[in-house]
Design a protein around this ligand. Structure first.
Ligand code: ADP
Ligand code: MG
Length: 263
């Protein structure tokens, strides 16, 4: 029988609200606005997953699906140095793939399934889940198609997590409402329409914190654990558990350093 493993975030406080780190055999979603540290967390965990369990790792290889072009091998090397492990070997243990569009993103899972069958992989990062989908399915009329394809992708992900005892770390973004209305600023009109027409998005956050997630209810229901990241005071960042089968909705403060996520 496979045993669930936990992978550290790099921050003791963050780990403690998760009950020790993000778990294998399920999907975890981290979501938040720009620059709150989603990509930095993805990099940090890509290093830690390779470490022995005593150091919060899972002795495993890592697969990294990058849809935004923000993966930086140099950051991996810097984080490896923090943990005293060989930077090059650490980089080589990360199977990196740039997803070019949503079809390709789905195909990558099939390729990875074959690799995961070897049993060496413990972490799969997707940074970020919706980027290709919202570009490929741009018009309002295409929303149903998009959600169907997205659902297919998420079901495959959940299956892989369980079958191969892998921790899936799925990054998604939320867009501040003021940006939704400021057409032509951070987002083009196409993406703005996409978000505003997302069913479920408005009911999920219903004005509670003035933000709307991209991906709506299909995305929110796919993950077992959901963590909201946001900026705090100064350099501080805040992680808040939104949804978890076994952890209360607590908050933790973390920072981003040269060595990755830390306390
Ligand atoms: P997101 O993916 O949520 O948009 P990122 O994970 O890219 O955000 O985090 C961006 C933040 O990380 C920026 O505030 C940036 O200053 C910080 N950052 C990036 N590299 C380093 C580093 N080497 N040392 C400290 N902070 C860093
Ligand atoms: Mg990012």
């Amino acid at each position: 029988r496979k045993r669930v493993v936990r992978i550290s975030t790099g921050s003791k406080q963050f780990d403690s609200i998760l009950g020790g780190g993000f778990q294998s055999m399920s999907i975890s979603e981290v979501f938040g606005e720009f620059r709150c540290g989603k990509t930095q967390l993805s990099h940090t965990m890509s290093v830690i997953a390779q470490l022995p369990t005593e150091l919060g790792g899972a002795n495993g290889k890592v697969a990294y699906i990058d849809t935004e072009g923000t993966f930086r091998p140099e950051r991996i090397a810097q984080i490896a140095e923090r943990y005293g492990v060989d930077p090059e070997a650490t980089q080589e243990n990360i199977a990196y793939a740039r997803a070019l569009n949503s079809e390709h993103q789905l195909e990558l899972l099939n390729t990875l399934s074959r690799e995961f069958a070897g049993g060496a992989f413990r972490l799969l990062v997707i940074d970020s889940i919706m980027n290709c989908f919202r570009v490929d399915y741009c018009g309002r009329g295409e929303l149903a198609d998009r959600q169907q394809k997205l659902n297919q992708f998420l079901m495959k992900l959940a299956h892989m997590a369980e079958e191969f005892n892998v921790c899936v770390l799925m990054v998604s973004i939320i867009i501040p409402v003021h940006a939704l209305h400021a057409v032509g600023l951070a987002y083009n009109a196409c993406q703005t329409n996409q978000v505003q027409s997302d069913p479920g998005a408005s009911s999920l956050f219903a004005g509670a914190d003035g933000r709307k997630p991209v991906g709506g209810h299909v995305l929110a229901h796919a993950s077992t654990t959901r963590v909201l990241l946001r900026k705090g005071r100064g350099e501080e960042r805040v992680a808040k558990i939104q949804d978890s089968p076994d952890c209360p909705e607590r908050e933790a403060i973390y920072i981003i350093t040269n060595g990755g996520i830390n306390d």
